[in-house]
Design a protein around this ligand. Structure first.
Ligand code: ZN
Length: 408
């Protein structure tokens, strides 16, 4: 009887054939004896995370794969980033994510990451708790140059534009309302005043005085984007009756877990970067099965290599995943193993694409098919056929015997 699940999502796993790899994708070209053995014992298929013809963002793709239709449950990137830093929004709150950046006296963004400043806690301190027009601003430092801003007060709306021009050497934008409601106009106005106040504080901050003196890029501006709002979301346990945990290095993926009511586990060495300790994450996943019914494990760097166009790096990192995945070959008999990606990030494009990703389900009761390798084209011949992201949990719940009877 299958009662537990390990879901491994490798970000941006899918790719396209690459000439230098003999017209294979990085996943096909990688030496993956373990993943291939797992595929041999699996039912495989191809998955369009958001359906055909849509290029998935990672946040909405994860919601879909975890069975939360983004149309219904997505409330903006800021909301998920805030959850990643441990802030769950209350009704009426608006959350934005931001970068500490370098802006010159003429209002031109010189460096969107302020010289890749590593620690921004001291800069966040004087901004956290600012009140303007009845709105309290909560500011929390993320990793490196990143931060999250949560606005709490009456009459706010997430329907506002980004203050971030999204590229360097561009002129700063102002936040504008995206609709004509008084809430959107008020939010844009208060937010612009906050940004001005913050930039005055940051300009005179001792850390920036020091950075100016030492010739480092000043972190003198907070570029905000991705406004999100509160949304009521049933937890994973409420929705499926499964206790769930999340093992991820990247803040946004922890945010997905927390947003869905999962317990977010901190694994030392899980960085969300190519240096992440993948074996430690997979071992932690195995241990977590003693406590949780559903273990969501996220690995990020496959996507980062794709965005860098580094197909050798992507292939090599997949081989690291393969070696670490040996622990999943000896999962307890009551555990279903599911592996997939949240979208393709072809190295040739250096960005997400609408190409489907391979998926495999391995465990008792699964109709094992003839697929003998875990790859894009091998899985296309699998028994699952082609599915959408929101179908994944249907298949999982079916194996677990948790789907209700339709009809009589
Ligand atoms: Zn992704």
């Amino acid at each position: 009887m299958v009662e537990k699940v390990v879901l491994l999502i490798c970000d941006g796993l899918g790719d396209r054939p690459i000439d230098e790899l003999g017209a294979l994708t990085p996943l096909e070209a990688a030496e993956t004896p373990c993943l291939d053995r797992l595929a041999r014992e699996s039912e495989c298929g191809l998955m369009y995370p958001l359906g055909r013809g849509l290029v998935p963002g990672s946040d909405v793709a994860h919601l879909a794969i975890l069975g939360y239709d983004p149309q219904e449950y997505y409330a903006g990137r800021g909301t998920i980033e805030a959850a990643g830093l441990g802030i769950l929004l209350r009704p009426g709150d608006v959350a934005l994510r931001g970068n500490f950046a370098t802006v010159d006296g003429g209002g031109i963004v010189r460096d969107r990451r302020a010289g890749r400043i590593r620690v921004v806690e001291p800069l966040v301190k004087p901004l956290d708790g600012i009140e303007l027009d009845g709105v309290t601003f909560m500011v929390k430092a993320g990793t490196a140059h990143r931060a999250v801003v949560v606005m709490r007060g009456e009459g706010l709306s997430a329907s506002v534009t980004d203050a971030d021009p999204h590229k360097a050497a561009a002129r700063l934008g102002r936040v504008s309302p995206r609709d004509n409601t008084p809430e959107a106009r008020r939010t844009a106005d208060v937010l612009n005043r906050f940004i001005d106040r913050a930039s005055a504080i940051l300009h005179d901050h001792p850390l920036n005085i020091e950075r100016r003196r030492d010739g480092h890029a000043e972190a003198n501006y907070l570029l905000l984007r991705g406004a999100g709002h509160y949304r009521e979301v049933p937890s994973f346990r409420e929705r499926y009756g499964l206790s769930a945990c999340c093992i991820a290095g990247g803040g946004m993926y922890k945010g997905i877990g927390r947003y869905l009511g999962m317990t977010v586990l901190e694994v030392p060495g899980a960085t969300g970067l190519p240096d992440s300790d993948v074996p430690a994450k997979f071992r932690a996943a195995l241990r977590s099965l003693e406590t949780f019914d559903f273990v969501f494990v996220h690995v990020k760097a496959t996507d980062s290599f794709g965005e860098d166009g580094d197909f050798i790096g992507k292939k090599t990192f997949i081989e690291t995943i393969d070696r670490a995945a040996r622990v999943f070959e000896s999962l307890p008999a009551n555990t279903l193993f599911v592996m997939t990606g949240d979208h393709s990030t072809p190295c040739a494009l250096r960005e997400h694409s609408a190409d489907p990703v391979p998926i495999m389900l391995r465990g008792s009761g699964v109709r094992v098919d003839d697929v003998v390798a875990f790859g894009e084209r091998a899985c296309a011949r699998g028994g699952l056929g082609t599915l959408s992201g929101t179908n994944v949990m249907h298949h999982v719940l079916n194996i677990l015997g948790r789907l209700p009877l339709a009809g009589a």
